[in-house]
Ligand binder design. Structure first.
Ligand SMILES: Nc1ncnc2c1ncn2[C@@H]1O[C@H](COP(=O)(O)OP(=O)(O)O)[C@@H](O)[C@H]1O
Ligand SMILES: Nc1ccn([C@@H]2O[C@H](COP(=O)(O)OP(=O)(O)O)[C@@H](O)[C@H]2O)c(=O)n1
Ligand SMILES: [Mg+2]
Length: 208
């Protein structure tokens, strides 16, 4: 019989071995990550996983981590990497695809280093949606997805965590020349036009 540990080891091995293509999609809360990922999936054959969505599903599944996840989310805090990485690995392995948009991860240096250590995967590039706080706040307050953390008090905490813990991750990849930055304060259509340029192979762009 396999222990939980043995099966997660097998999973690690297999993701490190498969070396799927990964694009990290980052940006502040409400910058439009999920919206644009849905568009990218339709046009470019990627499978999209939102770390936040996976954590919400884990919370709602009655898992032993459910309360901890709920408490962290209510404070806008980042859930320990181990929990989030297990969910991402499982989702990627079960999907059968070899091209992934990982949305809202890595959000801290700890997230980044732990994912790299476990999966040995480096992202192809990091798509960064830059947006003003004023616009992100407006979007979140109009989002209407019934999320407990979409209230003004928690939103302010999430902005602070983004500036203090997530921007340094973007800076890390910028220093490696891996960041593709987009002005995300424009309309959904305009942002997607800019996204398309990044995902379209250069040869196709010339002949299209
Ligand atoms: N470019 C945009 N202009 C206006 N509203 C947008 C834009 N992109 C997304 N939205 C809306 O803003 C809200 C937040 O978008 P979402 O994709 O959930 O952002 P994130 O995943 O980065 O938090 C959603 O209600 C979405 O419909
Ligand atoms: N890598 C991640 C991503 C999200 N989260 C948690 O999930 C919450 C919501 O993340 P999300 O990506 O769904 O939020 P948005 O940026 O889409 O608004 C965050 O505020 C964190 O509490 C996390 O702990 N670790
Ligand atoms: Mg989202």
């Amino acid at each position: 019989m396999r222990t939980a540990d043995a099966s997660s080891k097998a999973m690690e091995f297999s993701l490190a071995e498969k070396k799927p293509k990964v694009v990290f999609v980052l940006g502040g809360p409400g910058s439009g990550k999920g919206t644009q990922c849905a568009n990218i999936v339709q046009h470019f054959g990627y499978t999209h996983f939102s770390a936040g969505d996976l954590l919400r599903a884990e919370r709602d599944s009655g898992s032993e981590n459910g309360n901890m996840i709920q408490n962290m989310m209510n404070e806008g805090k980042i859930v320990p990497s181990e929990v989030t990485i297990k969910l991402l690995e499982k989702a990627m392995l079960e999907s059968g695809n070899d091209k992934f948009l990982i949305d809202g991860f890595p959000r801290t240096e700890e997230n980044r280093a732990a994912f790299e250590a476990v999966t040995k995967i480096e992202p192809e590039f990091v798509l960064f949606f830059r947006c003003t706080e004023e616009e992100m706040e407006r979007r979140i307050l109009n989002r209407n997805q019934g999320r407990d953390d979409d209230n003004i008090e928690t939103i302010r905490k999430r902005f602070k965590v983004f500036l203090e813990s997530s921007l340094p991750v973007i800076e890390y990849y910028k220093a490696k020349g891996r960041v593709r930055e987009i002005d995300a304060s424009k309309s959904i259509e305009e942002v997607f036009e800019a996204v398309k340029v990044i995902f379209t192979p250069k040869a196709e762009e010339v002949t299209a």
